[in-house]
Design a protein around this ligand. Structure first.
Ligand SMILES: Nc1nc2c(ncn2[C@@H]2O[C@H](COP(=O)(O)OP(=O)(O)OP(=O)(O)O)[C@@H](O)[C@H]2O)c(=O)[nH]1
Length: 413
């Protein structure tokens, strides 16, 4: 039952978490160069040997722009708006999209709308910091700017490693393919069909957006939640089963050691008690044993029936238990025979206790107005080794009491 509840709760939690992460709050990070730690600059092709010039403008509505005079003479003239994302770089794989709005205009070689090229420059595998200029691994997306007049969304997996860079860098096997977990520079610039002349690129905003929690992290968290919950459940369940078993065993042990009619200990209970005394050592000694046997019990059965006999046995047992301290063991030895084990009690003390009990039993109101008496035998053991002998001596003393007229206490001193 508890397992069903746990599975139901975990399932609901999992579905809610996945749904909330997909549909609920999003995480976003501006990458427009105006956030502290980021830097904006206009870059042209002069360091590569070109002659183009680019400079940056602030737009009245908070955006930025570059104005660029592309000059022929260099094989691939270009200019771009470069955003330095800071020394630590940004893990683009933790976001679902790079979102921005821009406009591009300028002459083209093919008469088509101008292309825009977005670069993500990332750190290579094992590359030391700081990365020298030109040492980054470039990833790019190129598209026609007509589609860029409004907001554009690019997924990290849409970026490919620039083919010219691949040619220049025969890759180690682990470097093949995109690596966007530490991007240091985002740049937006002219594309392949740019013709010499004046080009403008306006950037209104740029930001990274993602789920509130990266999907991989969320899945790992949920997996851990399931595993930990099930392990805790299994541990608790095993402990509960162990406790049930122990209770059951205790219960069985008690039944085995108890007389069903009087609920007193039986012989097995006496043996266990003696064993415990032995374990406790000398502290319990001297121990006295009192053996007692109800007088002429057969006559009660014969005269009043077995049920009355049983009622007498039960009342007799209760009276013994009631009048003796809890630390003493009161047991039914068999039939109408009873036994009392008294710790730290001498034979003299046990004899006095037996006499007091005898008086109290005589004063009891018995079924059918019966007058119940018993014969008592007392003996003392001073060490655990004497217990067996003590038991026999108490039994013998009880028989002496029978023989000498019943309703009396005999002691072996
Ligand atoms: N009602 C009832 N009788 C029992 C039970 N166990 C033993 N008895 C009876 O107890 C009687 C014991 O009788 P005896 O051993 O002859 O001893 P007694 O009649 O008590 O005579 P003395 O011991 O010599 O005084 C027998 O009749 C048994 O049947 C029991 O659980 N219930």
């Amino acid at each position: 039952m508890a397992l069903r509840w746990l599975l139901a709760v975990l399932t609901v939690l999992t579905v809610l978490a996945l749904y909330a992460n997909e549909q609920g709050r999003t995480r976003w990070l501006p990458v427009d160069g105006r956030t502290p730690g980021q830097l904006l600059k206009a870059v042209d092709d002069q360091p590569d040997g070109g002659a183009s010039t680019a400079h940056m403008l602030k737009l009245p509505d908070d955006g930025v722009a570059i104005e660029c005079e592309l000059k022929a003479g260099f094989q691939f003239p270009y200019c771009e708006l470069q955003i330095d994302l800071g020394r630590a770089g940004i893990d683009f794989t933790q976001f679902s999209h790079l979102r921005f709005a821009l406009e591009a205009e300028g002459p083209t070689t093919d008469g088509q709308p101008p292309q825009v090229r977005v670069f993500l420059l990332g750190r290579r595998v094992g590359q030391a910091l700081p990365v020298p200029p030109g040492g980054y691994k470039p990833h790019e997306v190129v598209w026609s700017a007509t589609r860029a007049a409004s907001a554009v969304q690019l997924r990290p997996d849409q970026f490919v490693v620039s083919s010219w860079w691949m040619r220049e860098h025969p890759e180690r096997i682990e470097e093949i393919g995109p690596k966007l977990d530490q991007v240091h520079i985002l740049s937006i610039g002219t594309g392949g069909n740019a013709a010499p002349g004046l080009h403008r690129i306006r950037l209104y905003y740029a930001e990274l957006v993602g789920n509130w929690m990266p999907v991989g992290t969320l899945r790992l968290g949920l997996l851990l939640l399931w595993m930990v919950s099930l392990l805790v459940y299994l541990a608790l369940d095993a402990r509960a089963a162990h406790r049930r078993l122990r209770r059951h065993t205790d219960d069985l042990e008690q039944r085995v050691e108890r007389d069903p009619l009087t609920q007193l200990a039986n012989r097995a209970g006496v043996e266990r008690f003696i064993e415990e005394l032995r374990r406790q050592g000398d502290n319990s000694y001297p121990v006295s044993i009192v053996f007692l046997d109800i007088d002429r019990f057969k006559d009660i059965n014969d005269a009043h029936g077995h049920a009355v006999g049983d009622a007498v046995l039960v009342q007799f047992a209760q009276a013994l238990r009631h009048h003796l301290p809890r630390g003493d063991l009161v047991a039914r030895w068999g039939g109408e025979e009873f036994l009392i084990l008294m710790r730290q009690t001498t034979a003299a003390e046990a004899t006095s206790a037996a006499q007091r009990l005898r008086d109290r039993l005589a004063a009891e109101a018995w079924p059918e107005g019966l007058h119940i008496t018993a014969s008592w035998g007392v003996a003392e053991a001073t060490t655990p080794a004497e217990m067996a002998d003590c038991l026999q001596a108490a039994d013998a003393a009880m028989y002496r009491a029978k023989r000498d007229g019943r309703d009396r206490v005999e002691t072996r001193f």
